[in-house]
Design a protein around this ligand. Structure first.
Ligand code: P1T
Length: 378
């Protein structure tokens, strides 16, 4: 079946007890057993819950994966993946990642004896040089947050495999509709479901997908043993959001392309970064590995913090808020907001300057979005 059909049906059958077309919210913590250890596949809702089972199966189908595992946040999904490491292990990680991703590496796992090397993975020779005999994991985010660098997932996953390391791709910015990391050779695709997958800014969640069954068993063990699972109601909401993922992504990308072109031509804008623009340094790679360019745009306004602040205070339809991937347009200041946990010096090196602004293009009527940008820039 094709993507749109899977988004609506994968993992979901009418309820066997009642015929309910929508997967019920199995709001239960536990399940009756006929005799000790004799049950219908469900014992306790931290371990498994039918609403979560349907959601995990749907995401797995969309990522072209054998298995899916859902969590209570994107960071909880990443935490589960990082649990597979042992003290002394080394991770090669993309230098430009979500601030919270950097924080869990730097402030949580480094303390537990895991080493991280942050490197510009868009440069394959730099990536190769970062591997050591202790490297067990390669952590990619593509497009990166917030600089929208594109990483060559196929080449990097192959490099990781040659070094005996597992490759992980944070696929949050594109969703499986525009990019399928496992098809490109990665071992795990991980998402902040809070973003495009749920798509309505009303759930915090995370999910991962893999086709490596041994790895899945290990991750499933940590999902249950550590317990950061989503509630049944949240699983239901994400399943509901998933049904329109393909339709939403098309509109996000269409609106983003128009906005990126508008900003690129605006005299008050210094530079626009959007993978769909010919001016993006990795536009050709984006065309090759992605089936669409997504809804995220980063741009430098002319001036500094004061100009950025004035503009961000003036927008009316765009909401000044952290997060992304919802139907409504959001706008934010990475240096002060989403990437504040990255040291100032590193931010400077990455190009996260005070005049950098990030847009999550929603699916409103694009003419209203353009008019809002015009009045705020004016
Ligand atoms: O917020 P949470 O669901 O725990 O997911 C963390 C996360 C992981 N990966 C990427 C690429 C992300 O962008 C995020 C969260 N990001 C934001 C809140 C943001 O505004 O960038």
């Amino acid at each position: 079946m094709k993507f749109g059909t899977l988004a609506i049906h994968a993992g979901q059958e009418p309820d066997s007890a009642t015929g309910a077309v929508m997967t019920p919210i199995y709001q239960t913590s536990t399940y009756a057993q006929k005799s000790p250890g004799v049950h219908q596949g469900y014992e306790y809702s931290r371990t498994d819950n039918p609403t979560r089972t349907a959601y995990q199966a749907c995401v797995a189908a969309l990522e072209n994966a054998k298995h899916g595992l859902a969590f209570s946040s994107g960071l909880a999904a990443m935490d589960c993946i990082l649990h597979t490491l042992r003290p002394g292990d080394h991770v090669v990680a993309c230098d430009d990642v979500y601030g919270g991703t950097f924080r869990i590496f730097d402030k949580v796992y480094r303390k537990l004896g895991i080493e991280f090397t942050s490197v510009d993975l868009s440069d394959l020779s730099k990536a190769k040089a970062a591997f050591t005999p202790k490297t067990k994991m390669l952590w990619m985010e593509s497009p990166t947050n917030p600089m929208l660098k594109i990483l060559d997932i196929a080449a990097l996953s192959q490099m990781a495999r040659a070094h005996g390391a597992i490759s992980v791709v944070d696929n949050t910015f594109l969703s499986p509709y525009f990019q399928k990391p496992l098809d490109l050779g990665a071992d795990i695709a991980v998402h902040s479901v809070t973003k495009y997958i749920n798509g309505h800014s009303d759930v915090v969640g995370g999910v991962l997908a893999t086709s490596n069954t041994a790895l899945y068993e290990e991750l499933k063990f940590y999902q249950n043993a550590c317990g950061a699972v989503p509630a049944p109601m949240d699983c239901f909401l994400v399943l509901r959001g998933l049904k329109t993922l393909h339709v939403r992504m098309e509109q996000h990308a269409k609106n983003a392309m128009e906005i990126a072109r508008y900003l690129e031509a605006h005299p008050r804008v210094e530079r626009v970064i959007y993978p769909g623009l010919e001016s993006h340094p990795q536009h050709a790679l984006a065309r090759k590995q992605m089936s669409g360019f997504g809804g995220m745009i980063t741009f430098f306004i002319k001036g500094g913090l004061s100009e950025a602040r004035t503009f961000l205070e003036k927008v009316e339809i765009f909401t000044l808020a952290e997060s992304l991937g919802g139907v409504e347009s959001l706008i934010e200041h990475p240096a002060i907001m989403t990437h504040a946990s990255i040291p100032a010096e590193t931010r400077k090196q990455l190009g996260i300057h005070d005049n950098l602004i990030r847009i999550s293009t929603g699916i409103e009527d694009v003419s209203d979005l353009l008019a809002d940008l015009k009045q705020a820039l004016g």
